[in-house]
Design a protein around this ligand. Sequence first.
Ligand SMILES: NC(=O)c1ccc[n+]([C@@H]2O[C@H](COP(=O)([O-])OP(=O)(O)OC[C@H]3O[C@@H](n4cnc5c(N)ncnc54)[C@H](OP(=O)(O)O)[C@@H]3O)[C@@H](O)[C@H]2O)c1
Length: 252
Amino acid sequence: MDLGLTDRVVLLTGGTRGIGRASGLELAAHGARVAVTYRHDKDAAEDLVTELGGQEGAMAVRYALDEPGSPEDAVREVTARWGGVDVLVANAHRRRPRRPPTAHFEDVPHEEGAAALTDNLLATLRTVQCVLPGMRARGWGRVVLLSSHVAAHGQRGQEIYGAAKSALHGLARSLAWDAGPDGILVNALAPGLTLTRDVCDNLPEAVREAEQQRTPTGRLSTPRDIAHAVVFLASAANSHISGQVLHVDGGR
Ligand SMILES: NC(=O)c1ccc[n+]([C@@H]2O[C@H](COP(=O)([O-])OP(=O)(O)OC[C@H]3O[C@@H](n4cnc5c(N)ncnc54)[C@H](OP(=O)(O)O)[C@@H]3O)[C@@H](O)[C@H]2O)c1
């Protein structure tokens, strides 16, 4: 099946590792030009650009969830080089230290909570706003918002992350109405626990086994599993799905 991604311009935030990196590889394999963003690890982004065949079909762009003006700068840079953004994959994620097990939600300082909301929600809202005018002008666009199983099932200590990811579901649901008439489809994708290198390094074996047993397929998702769903939602093969949350978690 032709996924209609040939020469489409993708802005993929947080492409240096994990789900983002896997998505970049899959999108490029289907012919897309991929702008890979980094925040701290420029070398990793440039390595991926090289792996994707160099400057013709890929570029590394700085993008910071925690810096006002960064979404505008990133979209401007990609537009200057390739004429616009056809697909936004909003994947970037700033890891925060886990709350100590003895602390409760009310112990989280307000400033810390507000910063986590900015990282996981407000920066994404702004990035979506930046790409929409060009998509409307071209009459075609795909927005894929990386959410999480935490939004659906909850997790102790992840209240603000869960609230922010749940808000992305509301964003997809409502933006589908505003963007749909202009050929733009907006969806959220909620991965289950996914075996990125960071997750593998920090997941105790007993927890991994318990999680696998609770999964119908008997295994956890890989970054490639998630990337396959990103490619579908980002492509022309997704011709009429909008405002949805796609759970990619082996059936949990
Ligand atoms: N892995 C899972 O189990 C899982 C489960 C459910 C949902 N998710 C969601 O899936 C997405 C990808 O997760 P992941 O585990 O693959 O992430 P990850 O391995 O932690 O990678 C995070 C990416 O975001 C970038 N980043 C970090 N801080 C940033 C900042 N302040 N501003 C802009 N970019 C920043 C990183 O770039 P640098 O390397 O340059 O810093 C990196 O490319 C996230 O939205 C996450 O919430 C993941």
